[in-house]
Ligand binder design. Structure first.
Ligand code: TYM
Length: 339
């Protein structure tokens, strides 16, 4: 059954009383377990407590993706994924970054208060210089400035993200602090809000789960793919024989069980005492992940079959944000001497 997704003209909520939060996610094609456990679960939960604004950051994606058709498709896929995972367009505002051009205008103005040295020392920029050496574009350097503008334009005070965004958030705070000092108190300093899984390791068990590394578990993917990805996971590398006791505290599979059932301590104990083998533990995790996301996967497929509905939600979201983005820009232009 298709859930009603007709775009609401205005949020049927008590937004005036609720503090505002903002977060952004890149249209990377797939939502992986790291995105969900590290951020999206919080997006869903917090839409009930806050005035929540969630943005698919296509401008940011352009720093690495240069295929227009792919970017368009992935943007819609990301929107469908977030709606399938529980974002409710009546409880939150979901939109695409490039549909609100004020983001880039504010980013330009923030560029003028941001020392280049801050940007050059950003970990993601240093990493990208290594991973895409032939495409070190200016957008990569300015990436955190646009991120600061995304948050500041709605004067959001809290930002649900994974731990990998900590450096960007710190930079956002520094940028608004500098702006406030130069032009007068205008923006709150945004604080990160983390889940219980702020860093989810990938299937290699070493690096952060990330599409660019290729170590993901694609939660809305085909069950066969999810099983293959989980079965490829690296467990406790010191456990060689089935009879060796395992160390659940360093085993990524055991750690992930925490989020997929109340019996994770029993599962960890089974590993510790060699009652269960790594393969059994992985099979169980794969079953649970497939089951946990089954309904969302179905909704995702349905939503992609109704692209107009997804696009309608995104359009309504961008329209809904217009007054607040324009009000901030008016204030900022005035304070900076542009009007
Ligand atoms: P992105 O698209 O890389 O990731 C989206 C969200 O998922 C979280 N995440 C993880 N959390 C835990 N473990 C992992 N392995 C993992 N991988 C991803 C990220 O921390 C993030 O919360 N720069 C941002 C997008 C952005 C943004 C913003 C975020 C643009 N503007 C303003 C907040 C506020 C990014 O690339 O996220």
């Amino acid at each position: 059954m298709m859930t009603e997704l007709a775009p609401a003209p205005a949020p049927a909520t008590d937004d005036v009383d609720r503090p505002r939060i903002f977060s952004g996610i890149q249209p990377s094609g797939v939502v992986h377990l790291g995105n969900d456990l590290g951020a999206v679960r919080n997006y869903v939960k917090l839409q009930w407590e806050f005035e929540a604004i969630y943005c698919i950051v296509d401008y940011h994606a352009l720093t690495s993706t240069h295929d227009p058709a792919l970017l368009r498709a992935r943007t819609r896929e990301m929107a469908a994924s977030l709606l399938a995972l529980g974002l409710d367009p009546d409880r939150c505002t979901l939109f695409v970054q490039s549909h609100r051009p004020e983001h880039t205008e504010l980013a330009w103005l923030f560029n003028t208060v941001t020392p280049v040295s801050w940007l050059e020392r950003t970990p993601t920029y240093k990493e990208k210089r290594q991973t895409q050496p032939d495409d070190v574009n200016h957008g990569l350097l300015a990436y955190p400035v646009l991120q600061a503008a995304d948050i500041a334009i709605y004067k959001a005070g809290r930002v649900p993200v994974g731990k990998d965004q900590a450096a960007h958030l710190e930079l956002s705070r520094e940028i608004v602090r500098t702006f406030n000092a130069r032009y007068g108190e205008t923006f709150p300093e945004p604080q990160a809000v983390y889940t219980e899984a702020p860093t989810v390791l990938g299937t290699d068990g070493v690096r952060k789960m990330s599409k660019s590394v290729g170590n993901t578990i694609d939660v809305l993917g085909d069950p066969a793919l999810i099983r293959k990805q989980v079965m490829s996971m690296v467990t406790d590398t010191k456990r060689i024989l089935r009879t060796d006791p395992g160390r659940p505290e360093v085993c990524n599979v055991c750690q992930l069980h925490r989020f997929f059932g109340p019996d994770w301590e029993t599962i960890q104990d089974g590993e510790r005492t060699a009652r269960t083998g790594c393969v059994d533990t992985k099979k169980l995790l794969a079953d649970r992940i497939v089951e946990h996301y089954a309904v969302a996967r179905e909704r995702y497929i349905e939503l992609l079959a109704h692209p107009d509905e997804v696009d309608g939600v995104l359009e309504a979201g961008a329209d809904r944000l217009r007054p607040s983005a324009e009000a901030t820009m008016d204030e900022v232009r005035h304070k900076m001497g542009l009007r």
